[in-house]
Design a protein around this ligand. Structure first.
Ligand SMILES: NC(=O)c1ccc[n+]([C@@H]2O[C@H](COP(=O)([O-])OP(=O)(O)OC[C@H]3O[C@@H](n4cnc5c(N)ncnc54)[C@H](OP(=O)(O)O)[C@@H]3O)[C@@H](O)[C@H]2O)c1
Length: 179
């Protein structure tokens, strides 16, 4: 069974749709029903449910868009840094793998040009270049990069998924001059 965090969001709903279509068993842990920011509560749930893995599709993206992260900085840090920290810790303690949805927004531009003339893109193994460590960056991107950094110390994290989703973040990227 997959334990889904953030199942009510855009990405989470897509995961719910795909998992249902494929008859893969999952449980959506809703923030409105379970305070998964409370360490003990989350630990009790994971210890009891013993999921095959936890899938974190939760986080703070800002409404109506990521510009809101520049205003609500504490909310951004809570959703994109504190939540991964708690999940990483609880998953490690229970020996449960954690899959975390990160973001392609931690990269800006590209890595140069292929001989063929096409641009060389970033891979998931590349260090973020649009982060608090490599300013200037947007507050959202910095928080996502910091969330990855926090998770890097936990053995339970098996994958960070960056940019497999196409929502209308395009406008945000275009404003920043990204592809
Ligand atoms: N959308 C994209 O194109 C895209 C692309 C790459 C990566 N991502 C990443 O994917 C994750 C989900 O993005 P999304 O677009 O699905 O976001 P969204 O529609 O705003 O949904 C956010 C989800 O996270 C939950 N959540 C948990 N803690 C939260 C907090 N402190 N503040 C706000 N929401 C919180 C929400 O639960 P409630 O229902 O309880 O509010 C909701 O289920 C984020 O980590 C984002 O960085 C998104």
């Amino acid at each position: 069974m997959i334990l889904l965090i953030g199942g009510t969001g855009y990405i989470g709903l897509k995961f719910q749709e795909i998992l249902s279509q494929r008859n893969i068993e999952f449980k959506n842990l809703s923030r409105s029903k379970v305070d998964y920011y409370d360490f003990k509560t989350l630990n009790d749930v994971i210890a009891k449910e013993k999921p095959t893995f936890v899938l974190n599709a939760g986080g703070f993206t800002g409404k109506p868009n990521v510009d809101q992260c520049e205003i609500n900085k504490s909310g951004t840090i809570i959703g994109n840094v504190l939540l991964p920290q708690i999940l990483g810790q609880v998953c490690d303690m229970n020996d449960v793998p954690l899959v975390h949805v990160s973001s392609g927004c931690i990269y800006s531009g590209d890595k140069g040009w292929h001989e063929s003339g096409s641009r060389i893109g970033f891979t998931e193994d590349d260090e973020p270049n649009f982060s608090y460590d490599r300013p200037p960056c947007s507050f959202y991107s910095g928080s996502k990069a910091l969330g990855e950094s926090v998770l890097s110390k936990f053995e339970s994290v098996i994958k960070t998924q960056k940019r497999k989703f196409n929502r209308t973040r395009k406008g945000d990227r275009e404003r920043r001059g990204e592809r």
